[in-house]
Design a binder for this molecule. Structure first.
Ligand code: GAL
Length: 680
C-alpha cells in the first residue's frame, strides 16, 4: 500500500471494503512485483493527484470493473465512472472500478471514489516523446479513423485524480494474473456464496402484474414442468414507484401475505423490485428527511447511507418486508446515471451535499454499493443468504450475493461482460427480455443459462418470451403454432441449468474460499497462450467447463480450444487444443465444452431447490479412468457454513465406477450417485 498526502475521509476501502479474508490470503503463493515499487510516482499538485505507474512493452492490461466495449485496456483512456450506459466505451459502467490487472502478474487499485482517468499507455509526456523523435509518419491519412487512431505506446500508465489532496494505492501481487484476482477477491472478504436456490431459474413478471397474474405464472411453471425457483415482482407491487413508497399496492395485491405463503408452498422465492429514492407518500419519508442529500431524484429523497440513522430507518422498515417472506430484492437505478443520452437526467448532481459530509461525486461512485450493503445487512442479521439483482456497484463488492444487470441489450456486449466481470470480483447477468427472432432468443437464453444468474426479465412482456405470439385485431395475443416447440426447447435448456447446480455451487465455494472467479475469461486459465489474450466471447465455468455462446443470428461460430483435449458436452465429439473449430449449437443445447480429465456431476433436474433437496448425480468422466471432483454440502441458505457446518464431498472415479466420500461431520446427505459414464 502506498499513501501520500491527506486521504479522503471516505474511500471505497474504508466504506465498502475492510473485511479481508486474511487466513485465505495467507494460502496464496507469494510473489515479487515485476518492477520496483518506488517507480510508482505520486505528485500532489493544485489540480489533485497525478500518478505514474510503469508499463512494460509486452504487458496487457484488463479491468476497470464491468466493461462493455473493450476487453483489453492497453492503449486506451478509461474513466471508470458509474453510469447506466457505457456510451462510447469511455469506461462508464454500472460497476466501474479504479482497478486494473496486468498479464505481468500484478494489480493496481487506486482507492478513491473521485472520478479518475487512466491513460493506459495511451499518452506520452514530453521527455518520452523526445526520446522517440523521428517516429512520425509521412503518410497522409485519408479517413478520420486513420487520422485519430492511437499511435502512442507509452511506458507508463498515467492516472489523474482531480480534487484529491492525497491518495492511497494498493498494489496486489500474483504471481499469475489469476492469483492477483484471487488476492483482490479475498481482500474484499472472499467471493459470495449464493443460496443454492439462487442458482436455479428466475423469472421476473410484467411490471403491472397483479396478485392473480403472479399466481398464474407460478401455476404455468409447475403445470408445464418448467423449473423455476424465483419469481421477481417489478414496480407495480408498490403504491408509488418512481420514486418508491415501499408499500404494497392493495388494488393489485389485495392479500400479498396470502400470495407469498401460496408461492412458498409451491416452492417459489419472491424477489421485489425497488430503488432508493423515497416518495413523499412513503412511511419513511419524514424520518429520512434529515439524513438525505439536498437534491431530489424523481421527487424522492436520496438517503445518505453513510449515516447510521439513515441505515437504521431503511433497514427497520425493510425488515418487515423480509419477515413476511421476501427472499431478495432487485435494487434498481442505484447507478444514479448522470451522463445521459441527451439532456435528461435522473440523478443527484455532483454538487449534492450530504449530511455525512461526502460530496455528490464521491457518493455517486459508491451509492449502489452502500445501498446494497444496507439491505443485505438485514439478511445477514437474520442469518439468511440471498442473491439480489442490482444495477450499480464497484470496488470491494466480491463478497456480495447478487448480480449486476442492465437495460443495454447488445448480446455481444452481454457475452463480453461475462468475461470482464471476473477482473473486478463482480457477477453479471446477461438477462433475456424480448428477441428479434427465435434464433436471437435461443442464443440469448443459452448465454444466460451459462451465467451467474439464469434470469428472464420479462418486465414489459405479457407472455413469456419463448411463447411466440402475434396480436389479433383486438390487440389480444394469439399463440403461434411453433410456441409449443419453443416451450419444449426452453424446458430442455432450463433443465440443463438445473443439472449443473451442484457443480456451479462448488465453483462458488471456490470463489468464496479461494477467490477463484466461477466465470472467468480464458486468459486467467491459460496465461501462456497468446491467442487467448483477446478472447472476450468464451469463458471458463468452474474448473472443467468452457462456454462459447453464439450471439445474434449466427448459426455457427468459431470456438478456440486452449491446450489439451476437449469434448462437446452433447455429442462427445473431441476437439484438439490450440485449434479453432467452427461449431453449430442447436436451439435446445447449450454451447458447452468439457476439458479432458473432468469428472462432471450432473444432477437430475428438480422443479425448485429447497433445504431438503437431494441431488441424484449422473457422473460423466471425460478422457480418463481416474478423476475426482469436489462438491460443497451445507444447508444452502444460511451463513452457518462460516462456523464449520458443512461437508466437502469428493467424487472419485476409479476402476470403472465413481465413489462418494465426505470430509466433515455435518449431518447431511445432499448428494447421491445415480450412475456414471466414462467417455473415451
Ligand atoms: C429499469 C430496469 C428494468 C426494469 C424497469 C422497471 O430500470 O433496468 O429491468 O426493472 O426499470 O421500471
Amino acid at each position: 500500500m502506498l499513501q501520500t498526502g491527506v486521504i479522503d475521509t471516505y474511500t471505497p476501502y474504508s466504506v465498502i471494503g475492510g473485511k479481508p479474508a486474511l487466513e485465505e490470503m495467507a494460502q496464496l503463493p507469494q510473489a515479487d512485483l515485476p518492477f520496483d515499487i518506488n517507480d510508482i510516482h505520486i505528485e500532489i499538485n493544485d489540480r489533485g493527484c497525478a500518478i505514474e505507474v510503469p508499463l512494460d512493452e509486452n504487458e496487457q492490461l484488463y479491468g476497470f470493473g464491468l466493461q462493455f466495449g473493450s476487453f483489453t485496456q492497453r492503449g486506451l483512456r478509461k474513466q471508470p465512472i458509474v453510469n447506466d450506459n457505457s456510451l462510447k466505451d469511455l469506461g462508464y459502467s454500472h460497476a466501474p472500478e479504479t482497478f486494473y490487472v496486468s498479464t505481468k502478474g500484478y494489480g493496481i487499485i487506486v482507492n478513491t471514489a473521485r472520478y479518475t482517468t487512466f491513460l493506459c499507455g495511451s499518452n506520452k509526456k514530453l521527455q518520452q516523446a523526445e526520446q522517440l523523435a523521428g517516429t512520425g509518419s509521412s503518410k497522409v491519412a485519408t479517413s478520420t479513423e486513420e487520422l485519430y487512431q492511437n499511435r502512442e505506446n507509452s511506458d507508463k500508465v498515467y492516472i489523474d485524480v482531480p480534487g484529491a489532496k492525497g491518495i492511497e494505492i494498493m498494489v496486489l501481487t500474483g504471481p499469475s494474473l489469476q492469483d492477483v484476482v484471487k488476492r483482490y477477491n479475498l481482500l474484499s472478504g472472499g467471493g459470495c456464496l449464493p443460496p443454492m436456490w439462487g442458482l436455479g431459474f428466475k423469472y421476473r413478471v410484467k411490471g403491472d402484474a397483479s396478485q392473480e397474474d403472479v399466481l398464474q405464472y407460478a401455476r404455468y411453471f409447475r403445470e408445464n414442468n418448467i423449473p423455476c425457483d424465483i419469481l421477481g415482482l417489478e414496480p407495480g407491487w408498490q403504491t408509488a414507484t418512481y420514486s418508491c413508497s415501499y408499500v404494497w399496492n392493495k388494488e393489485r395485491f389485495p392479500d400479498h401475505k396470502a400470495m407469498i405463503d401460496q408461492l412458498k408452498k409451491e416452492g417459489f422465492k419472491v424477489n421485489l423490485w425497488e430503488h432508493a429514492y423515497i416518495h413523499p407518500s412513503s412511511p419513511i419519508r419524514a424520518a429520512m428527511t434529515p439524513y438525505s442529500g439536498d437534491f431530489l431524484v424523481w421527487n424522492g429523497l436520496v438517503p445518505d447511507f453513510l449515516m447510521p440513522e439513515a441505515r437504521e430507518i431503511f433497514t427497520n422498515y425493510h425488515r418487515g418486508l423480509i419477515e413476511e417472506g421476501i427472499s431478495g430484492f432487485k435494487l434498481d437505478e442505484c447507478d444514479n446515471s448522470n451522463i445521459g443520452t441527451g439532456s435528461a437526467t435522473w440523478c443527484f448532481p455532483d454538487m449534492t451535499q450530504f449530511p455525512s459530509g461526502i460530496d455528490g461525486e464521491q457518493m455517486h461512485q459508491m451509492y449502489g454499493s452502500l445501498y446494497i450493503n444496507t439491505v443485505d445487512d438485514i439478511y445477514r442479521d437474520m442469518n439468511l443468504r440471498t442473491y439480489h439483482n442490482y444495477r450499480g456497484s464497484g470496488l470491494f463488492m466480491s463478497y456480495m450475493g447478487g448480480v449486476l444487470y442492465s437495460d443495454m441489450y447488445k448480446h455481444k456486449d452481454y457475452i463480453q461482460a461475462l468475461c470482464t466481470q471476473a477482473f473486478g470480483g463482480l457477477l453479471w447477468c446477461p438477462e433475456v427480455r424480448e428477441a428479434s427472432s427465435e434464433v436471437d432468443f435461443f442464443h440469448r437464453l443459452q448465454t444466460v443459462l451459462l451465467s451467474p444468474m439464469a434470469m428472464v426479465n420479462a418486465w414489459y412482456l405479457r407472455y413469456a418470451p419463448w411463447l411466440q405470439f402475434d396480436y389479433d385485431k383486438n390487440g389480444e395475443g394469439i399463440f403461434l403454432p411453433e410456441a409449443k416447440q419453443y416451450e419444449d426447447y426452453t424446458r430442455t435448456l432450463i433443465n440443463m441449468r438445473m443439472q449443473l447446480v451442484p457443480y456451479l455451487y462448488n465453483a462458488f465455494y471456490a470463489y468464496r474460499s479461494e477467490g477463484t472467479p466461477p466465470f472467468r475469461p480464458l486468459v486467467m486459465d491459460y496465461p501462456e497462450d497468446e491467442r487467448v489474450m483477446g478472447i472476450d466471447n468464451q469463458y471458463m465455468i468452474g474448473e472443467g467447463l468452457m462456454a462459447a455462446p453464439l450471439s445474434d443470428n449466427e448459426n455457427t461460430r468459431i470456438v478456440y480450444f486452449p491446450e489439451g483435449t476437449w469434448y462437446n458436452f452433447y455429442t462427445n465429439e473431441k476437439y484438439e487444443g490450440n485449434n479453432e473449430y467452427e461449431i453449430n449449437t442447436p436451439f435446445d443445447q447449450l454451447p458447452l465444452y468439457v476439458k479432458e480429465g473432468t469428472l462432471l456431476p450432473l444432477a437430475e433436474p428438480v422443479p425448485a431447490i429447497n433445504e431438503e433437496t437431494t441431488f441424484k448425480l449422473h457422473c460423466k468422466v471425460y478422457g480418463t479412468s481416474n478423476a475426482t471432483c469436489q462438491l460443497f454440502e451445507d444447508d444452502g441458505v444460511t451463513y452457518d457454513f462460516e462456523k464449520g457446518k458443512y461437508n466437502l464431498v469428493t467424487l472419485t472415479a476409479a476402476n470403472g465406477k465413481v465413489d462418494l466420500s465426505r470430509d466433515g461431520d455435518y449431518n447431511l446427505n445432499r448428494y447421491e450417485i445415480a450412475d456414471c459414464e466414462f467417455i473415451k
